[in-house]
Design a protein around this ligand. Structure first.
Ligand code: GLV
Ligand code: MN
Ligand code: MN
Length: 433
C-alpha cells in the first residue's frame, strides 16, 4: 500500500500533482486515443496549456503565453518588480510516452505556489511557473525551442526547421497563436531572473535501487542530434541482382553497428542511439534510394561527445564509400554539458536533510530545459524516483508519497533561497553548443 501523502492548506499536494498528470494523459490532451502523444504546437499542446492556465490562476498566479508558446504563471513577490525564481518543466511528450516526464515538474511548481498563496506568504522574489512546450523535440529535428526563446538563444535557423509534413516551426507557431517574428520578446533579462528550479522524474534506476525518493542533480550530459542520409539507387527488388545493387539499407545497418561499437567502447557516460530509421520511398518491392536515420549522442563532456561524433562520422563515410554510396551527415542540435549551481545544490541538500533524507547527488543523462536555462541564470534540479527507472514509455510510474516529498523539498528550497542573503554564483552565458 502506498504511504500517506501530504496536505498543505487543504490540498493533497502529492496526490493532486500526480492526478493532474494522469488527467493530461489522454485526449484532448493527447493527439492519439489510448496513449499519450503530445507534440509541440499541436491541439493537444494547446488544450494542456489551457488546463494548466486554469490551475495556475486557481493557485494565485497570473497566466500568459509568450511569443514562443511557453505558458508562464506569475506569483508576485513582496514588490511588483522583484526578480523571479522560475520553476518549470515541459508539457510536451515523446510519441506514446509516459505521463510524468515533464508535466510533474510543472504540477509541483503550481502546488508550491498554491501552498504559499494559501498561507498568504510573499517572498523577496516572484515565482514564475513555466510550462515549456518542446523539450522532447518529438515534432521538429531540434528541441527546447521554448526554453531557448526564454534564454534568448533561439535563432532563425531553429524557426525554419520543418516537421515530417514540411511545416516549419514558424508556420506552426503562427497557427498556434504565437509570434514567430517576435520570439525575441520572449527572451528574459538576466537581472529579472534569480534562478531556475526543475523537478523531474529521474528516468533511471539509481534512486529506486538505493531506496531513496529524491536526489539532487549535479550536471546534465552534453548531447548532439544528427541526421544521417545514406544515398544509393532505388530499384526493383525482384530484378536487380544482389551484386549490382546500390542499396543504402545494409550500409545504414553497418553504420548503426559502428555507432553502437564506438559508444560501447567509450568512457564518460558516452551513449549513442539511432532512434528513427526511414527507408525511402519505403516499400516491400523497392530497393531504397536512400535511408535516413537519426543519431543522438551524449556524454558527460562535449569533448568526449565530439570525439565520438567525429569517429562515428568517419566510419559512416568509409562504410558508404566502400559500397559505392554517398553519406550526408547534418547536425540538428548541439547542447553543452550543463553543471548545476553549487549554492543552489546546497540549498536542495539542506531541504532534503530537513525531511530526514540523505542528499544523494547524481548526474542526468537525460536532457532537460534546465540545460538551456543555464544560459540565462543559475539552475538546480531535483530528481524524483520512478518505478524501475522506466521512462519514455507509457509504463512510467511515480508514487503520490514521492510527489509529496518533492513538493515539500521544493517549498523548503524556496524558503531557504528567501532566507539566504547570498545570491547564487551565476554561470557565464552561452553554455549551449
Ligand atoms: C529528453 O528526454 C531527452 O533526454 O532527450
Ligand atoms: Mn523530460
Ligand atoms: Mn523525455
Amino acid at each position: 500500500m502506498e504511504a500517506k501523502t501530504d496536505v498543505i492548506g487543504g490540498v493533497d499536494i502529492g496526490a493532486r500533482a500526480k492526478a493532474r498528470c494522469d488527467l493530461l494523459g489522454l485526449p484532448p490532451y493527447s493527439e492519439v486515443e489510448g496513449q499519450l502523444t503530445r507534440r509541440f504546437l499541436t491541439p493537444a499542446h494547446d488544450a494542456a496549456l489551457t488546463a494548466l492556465a486554469g490551475w495556475m490562476r486557481e493557485a494565485g498566479m497570473s497566466a500568459r503565453r509568450d511569443a514562443a508558446a511557453s505558458l508562464i504563471g506569475r506569483y508576485e513577490g513582496e514588490t511588483a518588480d522583484a526578480p523571479a525564481l522560475i520553476i518549470g518543466s515541459h508539457i510536451d511528450s515523446v510519441r506514446n510516452g509516459g505521463r510524468y516526464d515533464g508535466p510533474l515538474g510543472i504540477m509541483l511548481g503550481i502546488d508550491v505556489v498554491e501552498a504559499l498563496h494559501r498561507a498568504g506568504r510573499r517572498l523577496p522574489f516572484a515565482i514564475e511557473v513555466v510550462a515549456f512546450g518542446d523539450e522532447e523535440g518529438s515534432r521538429f529535428p531540434a528541441s527546447m525551442s521554448c526554453s531557448r526563446a526564454i534564454a534568448g538563444t533561439l535563432g532563425a535557423a531553429a524557426l525554419a526547421m520543418t516537421d515530417a509534413d514540411g511545416i516549419s516551426v514558424a508556420e506552426a507557431l503562427a497557427a498556434f497563436g504565437g509570434d514567430p517574428a517576435g520570439v525575441a520578446s520572449a527572451a528574459r533579462k538576466p537581472e529579472d531572473v534569480l534562478a531556475f528550479l526543475e523537478a523531474h522524474i529521474e528516468q533511471g534506476p539509481v534512486l529506486e535501487a538505493e531506496g531513496l525518493p529524491l536526489g539532487v542533480v549535479t550536471a546534465i550530459a552534453a548531447q548532439k542530434r544528427l541526421i544521417v542520409r545514406i544515398i544509393g539507387t532505388a530499384g526493383h527488388a525482384g530484378t536487380t541482382p544482389m551484386a549490382l545493387r546500390k542499396d543504402p539499407g545494409p550500409a545504414a545497418a553497418e553504420c548503426i553497428l559502428a555507432l553502437e561499437r564506438i559508444c560501447r567502447a567509450g568512457t564518460d557516460g558516452l551513449v549513442g542511439t539511432a532512434g528513427r530509421i526511414t527507408a525511402l520511398p519505403g516499400a516491400f518491392n523497392v530497393i531504397p534510394g536512400a535511408v535516413e536515420f537519426s543519431m543522438d549522442i551524449r556524454a558527460e563532456t562535449s569533448a568526449t561527445r565530439d570525439a565520438a561524433v567525429d569517429a562515428i562520422s568517419a566510419e559512416i563515410h568509409a562504410i558508404a564509400a566502400a559500397r559505392g554510396l554517398t553519406a550526408q551527415i547534418r547536425l540538428a542540435q548541439a547542447l553543452a554539458e550543463s553543471p548545476c549551481d553549487p549554492s543552489l545544490m546546497a540549498l536542495l541538500d539542506e531541504s532534503l536533510a530537513d525531511l530526514g533524507l540523505p542528499a544523494r547527488r547524481l548526474p542526468s543523462g537525460a536532457g532537460h530545459d534546465a540545460m538551456v536555462m543555464a544560459d540565462l541564470c543559475p539552475t538546480a534540479m531535483l530528481f524524483i524516483r520512478c518505478e524501475g527507472g522506466i521512462s519514455h514509455n507509457p509504463a512510467e510510474a511515480v508514487t503520490e508519497a514521492d510527489c509529496a516529498l518533492a513538493a515539500r523539498a521544493m517549498l523548503g528550497f524556496v524558503e531557504k533561497l528567501a532566507a539566504n542573503p547570498l545570491r547564487p554564483s551565476r554561470p557565464l552565458r552561452g553554455a549551449s553548443g
